[in-house]
Design a protein around this ligand. Structure first.
Ligand code: BG6
Length: 504
């Protein structure tokens, strides 16, 4: 994410080495994003995609599979000429971290290929693999010297989510990676940062004069961050049952939203300053005791129901979900940020699967005006002053305020001022990965997570993970698929005299 349109430049020549090339992520997001970059003429002049698979696949076979994937998942109509040009860059190499010699062979093949394709030795290793492969692959890349960045060519390592499963495993993975490469070579992806509306939070806050003076505890009552999904767990039972809503969404996606909303202004728009401020605010989240964590959270698991035309079965009947599973499919938390700006301003976070609506938003609730002068209007009839940053499905910003109803008497009603992206800007539909992949290629890591941020995120959720694990099924609530989630989540707000924004 460069800070001026005119800075959009072609990346250096490079090899894009894709581990997990036959997997879902590569087909669904990475290749369609590369296609979109190709269509926007933002791929390097000299470029190759090296698909790494554990079992031998011919380049032709691989290209056919990728073409089929593109046809299925592309976000815009596929232009055959552009797709062909991209696929001509694709080759295949077999390597398996369980077979170290395959990495020695891979190094030789890669050297020869780079010579032919004139990619200058610049390499982007993209690990679109299951998380347990991150460390073994990186180790082999390190051992064979393929990641060595000696100043003549760059070597970068892209790691997908989830980065660890708790604080300890994230620390271990960071330590392992940092024993192989330097921090500036690591690009820890969180696809939320590829969303325009999420990136826009920085611009909204810091490129406008009117928000920042009131962006603090003197004017803000609380912040709500909601990521509700309609889909159930579907075919991901095995991954999800070991993960749960909290691990899957909170230390990564919801904390990205939280850190952009709550961070201090960075001194410069560069990776060092922005990432430092994001890490600072995550480190300022109050670490709760297990008792406090139980008090400040609600977790739930969905029961069957119907959402639109889709029938969703009980979570615990999902394929590959353990009998009697206590994994949460819904999580709501109240967090406190211990710093000067946010003291006394709670942040309420909620996320869940199989809910009645798909909605991602950040709602900033301003303090109520002293309504004493409007004595005939009941306070509950007045609009709450919310600034709502809509991420999905409505991309935009809305401001709610009170206004006078026309007529002789002073009657007040709440209205909304709305900005919607689609009304102002025409953007080609994208996967959300384009900016992230482009940034990896130009070496801009502003949108990627630093080691300390990842650990600060896990540190803040660890008490909830521990408390819930120790409580087992005690306190696990049920909710019906298609509902708003467990009713107890409302209590979390109600006891503070607040309420979630309604699903609509
Ligand atoms: C992924 C989670 O990281 O994010 C999924 O693993 C979740 O469970 C998805 O559905 C949500 O992403 P988005 O962009 O649809 O909000």
């Amino acid at each position: 994410m460069t800070d001026a349109q005119t800075d959009t430049k072609k990346p250096d020549p490079c090899s894009f080495i894709l581990f997990g090339v036959t997997g879902d992520l590569a087909h669904r997001l990475v290749m369609p994003a590369l296609y979109n970059l190709a269509a926007s003429d933002l791929l390097p002049e000299k470029f190759c995609v090296v698909g790494i698979a554990r079992k031998a696949t011919s380049a032709d076979e691989l290209r056919d599979g990728l073409m089929a994937g593109l046809k299925k998942f592309a976000t815009r109509p596929v232009d055959d000429a552009i797709a062909q040009r991209l696929l001509e860059c694709v080759t295949s190499i077999e390597a398996d971290p369980k077979d170290p010699e395959s990495f020695d062979r891979m190094r030789e093949q890669l050297d020869a290929l780079e010579e032919r394709r004139q990619t200058g030795g610049n390499r982007l290793f993209y690990l679109a693999t299951p998380p347990d492969a991150f460390a073994p692959i990186s180790r082999e890349l390190g051992r064979t010297g393929m990641l060595r960045d000696d100043g003549t060519a760059w070597r970068r390592l892209v790691i997908e989510k989830p980065f660890g499963t708790d604080l300890e495993s994230a620390r271990k993975l960071n330590a392992e990676l940092l024993s192989i490469v330097n921090e500036h070579q690591i690009y820890r992806i969180d696809h939320y940062l590829g969303k325009e509306t999420v990136q826009n939070i920085l611009v909204l806050r810091f490129a406008n004069g009117m928000f920042e003076p009131i962006w603090n505890r003197n004017h803000i009552d609380h912040v709500q961050i909601t990521v509700d999904e309609k889909l159930g767990v579907g075919h991901r039972g095995s991954f999800y049952d070991a993960t749960g809503a909290l691990r899957d969404m909170v230390p990564n996606h919801l904390f990205q939203l939280l850190s952009l909303v709550a961070m201090e202004p960075p001194t410069r728009f560069d990776a060092h300053s922005v990432r430092a401020e994001k890490a600072n605010v995550l480190a300022a989240i109050q670490i709760e005791s297990e008792t406090e964590a139980l008090h400040n959270s609600v977790r739930g698991q969905y029961l069957g129901g119907t959402i639109g035309d889709t029938i969703i079965e009980d979570y615990h009947k999902t394929k590959d979900v353990a009998n009697g599973s206590t994994t949460e499919t819904y999580a709501a938390l109240k967090l406190t940020i211990d710093n000067w700006r946010w003291a006394g301003v709670p942040f309420y976070l909620r996320t869940g699967k199989a809910l009645g609506i798909k909605r991602t938003e950040v709602a900033i609730k301003f303090k109520q005006a002293p309504f004493a002068m409007f004595q005939s209007t009941p306070v509950e009839a007045l609009a709450q002053n919310y600034l709502v940053i809509g991420v999905e499905p409505t991309e935009g910003i809305a401001l709610q305020f009170n206004t006078k109803i026309p007529g002789p008497a002073i009657k007040i009603d709440g209205v909304e001022m709305k900005f919607r992206y689609k009304d102002y800007f025409k953007a080609e539909p994208s996967t959300g990965y384009e900016t992230l992949i482009y940034d990896c290629m130009i070496g801009d890591n502003i949108l990627f997570q630093r080691a300390d941020s990842v650990e600060a995120g896990w540190r803040a959720v660890q008490p909830f993970l521990d408390a819930w694990r120790n409580a087992g099924s005690d306190g696990l609530k049920s909710y019906k698929a298609g509902s708003e989630g467990p009713s107890e989540a409302n209590e979390l707000m109600k006891r503070d005299g607040r309420a979630w924004r309604k699903l609509s």
